[in-house]
Design a protein around this ligand. Structure first.
Ligand SMILES: [Zn+2]
Length: 80
């Protein structure tokens, strides 16, 4: 499958460079923060977009995390 680069929603430019971003998910009372997530970062505005597979990995890690008594969890991204 060929991934097509879409324009940024904010600045409408298409130029990106590979970088990292921080993804924050909130579920009920839990904030699940994943650092160093690989992403394409738009050069103009700095907005970052993780691809679908990376996003799925982050979501699965959040679902697998033990939530009992934990309100904020911060971890580094680990590739699937
Ligand atoms: Zn942009």
């Amino acid at each position: 499958m060929i991934e097509q680069q879409t324009a940024c929603f904010i600045c409408e430019h298409r130029e990106t460079e590979s970088g990292f971003t921080t993804v924050t998910l909130t579920r009920d009372n839990l904030a699940f923060i994943t650092r160093n997530v690989p992403a394409q970062v738009f050069e103009i505005c700095g907005e970052a977009y993780a691809d679908a597979r990376t996003t799925t990995t982050v979501l699965q890690a959040a679902d697998a995390a033990p939530h009992a008594g934990v309100h904020v969890e911060v971890r580094d991204y680990v590739a699937a």
